[in-house]
Design a protein. Sequence first.
Length: 173
Amino acid sequence: MSRLRKHLVGAAVVTAILAINLPAVAGFATEKWRDYSINRDDYKATHGHWTFLDVPEKFKVNAIHAALLHTGKVLIVAGSGNNAANFDKGTFKTVLWDPARPGGPEEFKLIDTPVDFFCAGHVVLPDGKLLIAGGTGRFEVLKAKVKRAAGALVIKNEDPDAKPREFHPGTRC
């Protein structure tokens, strides 16, 4: 095989390998460029920045609300965490997170939660206090767990045109 032919075959193989890997290489380069761009200080100052919060296991909750307090701390409300077992035990959780103390002993703190605030609503009042209202009063029994229905079945028979009806004794519906 001639030397020129070997070089052409080699170039063709290299071109094929590059063509096959180009989408992956382009995707990798695009992702790295995006990471670089969004982690620049000027980008963060203009657009903000998302990051993962490393929460210690003891403070991890299935939160329904988070509220920024006037102190700069964040109140994370979970209540039962939509967990019937926690509800039955009366185990309700709220966590106070202080982002000004990263890694410190007071960064996270459990707050006494007397009732299930899961599915409650909250609003910050004009004086800066947080009002939480509502919550979970009970858990419904799902259809798969019902063994026997209980209670009377009441059928209400109404005419949408509101005309009175007369039924003779012994009439079957």
